[in-house]
Ligand binder design. Structure first.
Ligand SMILES: Cc1cc2nc3c(=O)[nH]c(=O)nc-3n(C[C@H](O)[C@H](O)[C@H](O)COP(=O)(O)OP(=O)(O)OC[C@H]3O[C@@H](n4cnc5c(N)ncnc54)[C@H](O)[C@@H]3O)c2cc1C
Ligand code: SF4
Length: 453
């Protein structure tokens, strides 16, 4: 195989590729909140359909026409109540849900007017309007039940479960290995979707319900630790997410300059979550390659590629082994990436990462149609080929894994009494924030019902 041309002797990976102003613009909110007037105009496009398809398409069953009607009437607080009653993380979902393949895909306005009602953006207007008020202004907590539940994992599934249990009067201890709660809301979703520290503000708002103790920097390490939790608490809910990532299994994978996209995004989010000026400084301190290759075809690959561009990478190639039809990222996400200057390539399977002077310098791909090979020069390579459950510690716990995830029913019940699992770590988990929230809520209802027996 002919080696790709190496125009430079040294990899071009460096910090501060942009000016402070450019960072501020690049990492601003990608879809700023609609104004009051815009939201009323948009809400008035809704036909308030009977048996609304948009509500049926929402995994948390938000009564979409009902909240939109309230926005049209100028009742934002009432609209927020409808949303948050069904989905307490409705603020994050308004920002992160791929609405184009959920509620907005089935909106009847697509037929008559060629574009759906902007349900996600309307949801954001409503939820933002109440986030600076105490949760008690909308929801009450039932009298204490005397029951205590341990939740491991403070991502969307764990948070939704904790909130729903706390509302029912149960005491919850919410554990997480990370120094901040929020799971991928805090460490994974793209910074331009969660601008302004929204993930933390939402966690604070949720915890305002009372009855939830947050234990951060606490890791469940082994089956004995799980047993101890089961002895101490009336029930245990595992909402661990998928903490580890798949390997490419090709030569050169561990070369300097080759990174896991999820780790890269977590580092970026830690920087962009810092307060305004500090965030700009920490973003500027992140080293980024001039030419970046991202391997993968899902949301993580898209987010990593776009954020590389925002950090100042000049050439960003996103390379997927199959065709656009099989790509897990939606057409809207692909279009967004292209608008940000990412070049998409299909039908190329990675074969090897090529080194020069001990650092990655290129990636070699085989064409899926058998028509030879193609190489890209790269100063940095990001792997985004999917996450998996960090499951080594589960050995001896009595839990069953299938397809690398914990076997539990739709309500989260595992085969072991009073032990539940949900969100991405559960078999059947669908790797979307809104699905994790729905899982957490279903598990809370099951735990509550089981504790009453
Ligand atoms: C980069 C990226 C971008 C994404 N973008 C989107 C998007 O735009 N829209 C969308 O809908 N979905 C998106 N997703 C998917 C979405 O983030 C997940 O489906 C969702 O966060 C799953 O929620 P969860 O609560 O199951 O797990 P997580 O959010 O992963 O939370 C799990 C938590 O458990 C903790 N934990 C794990 N193991 C232990 C342990 N042993 N002890 C203690 N704590 C532990 C972790 O620290 C973590 O905080 C994205 C995913 C990634 C990776
Ligand atoms: S489908 Fe569209 S028009 Fe009908 S209720 Fe839902 S948002 Fe309104």
């Amino acid at each position: 195989m002919a080696e790709p041309p190496f125009p430079d002797a040294h990899p071009d990976v460096r910090a501060a590729r942009r000016s402070a102003d450019e960072y501020a613009r690049a990492f601003a909110d990608a879809a700023p909140r609609l104004t009051r007037a815009q939201s009323v105009t948009e809400a008035e496009r809704c036909l308030y359909c009977y048996d609304a398809p948009c509500a049926r398409a929402c995994p948390t069953g938000i009564d979409v026409p009902s909240f939109i009607r309230r926005i049209a009437e100028g009742n934002l607080r009432g609209a927020a109540r409808v949303i948050l009653e069904a989905n307490p993380l409705g603020g994050t979902c308004a920002r992160a849900c791929p609405t184009e393949v959920l509620c907005e895909e089935v909106c009847v306005r697509n037929v008559g007017e060629g574009r759906p009602v902007a349900i996600g953006r309307l949801q954001r207007v409503a939820t933002d309007a109440v986030m600076d008020r105490p949760v008690g202004a909308l929801f009450n907590r039932a009298a204490p039940s005397g029951r205590r539940i341990a939740i491991v994992g403070a991502g969307p599934a764990g948070l939704a479960c904790a909130f729903a249990l706390a509302r029912r009067g149960h005491g919850v201890v919410l554990h997480d290995a990370r120094p901040a709660a929020g799971g991928l809301n805090e460490y994974g979703l793209a910074s331009y979707k969660m601008a302004g520290g929204f993930a933390r503000a939402e966690v604070d708002w949720l915890l305002g319900i009372g009855g939830v103790e947050l234990k951060l920097g606490w890791k469940l390490e082994n089956a004995a630790g799980l047993e101890a939790l089961r002895r101490e608490f009336d029930a245990v809910y595992l909402a661990l997410g998928l903490g580890s990532t798949h390997r490419l299994g090709i030569p050169g994978e561990d070369l300097p300059g080759v990174r896991d996209a999820v780790d890269f995004i977590a580092e970026l989010r830690r920087a962009s979550n810092a307060a305004a000026l500090a965030a700009l400084e920490t973003l500027a301190a992140l080293a980024i390659g001039r030419r970046v290759v991202v391997i993968g075809g899902g949301m993580t690959a898209i987010d990593a590629a776009v954020q590389c561009r925002l950090l100042g990478a000049e050439d960003v190639h996103l390379v997927y082994r199959r065709g656009p039809q099989q790509m897990p990222a939606t057409p809207a996400e692909r279009e967004w990436a292209q608008k940000q200057g990412v070049t998409l390539h299909f039908g190329l399977a990675p074969q090897a990462l090529v080194a020069r002077n001990g650092h990655v310098a290129a990636v070699r791909f085989a064409r899926s149609d058998g028509a030879g090979e193609h190489s890209f020069v790269a100063d940095m390579v990001l792997k985004a080929i999917g996450q998996k459950l960090d499951s080594g510690w589960l050995e001896g716990s009595g839990l069953t894994l299938e397809g690398g995830r914990i076997v539990a029913d739709d309500e989260g019940r595992t085969a072991l009494p009073r032990l539940y699992a949900g969100g991405d770590c559960r078999r059947g988990g669908r790797d979307l924030t809104v699905e994790a929230v729905a899982d957490g809520q279903r598990a809370a209802a099951a735990i509550d019902a089981d504790l009453k027996h």
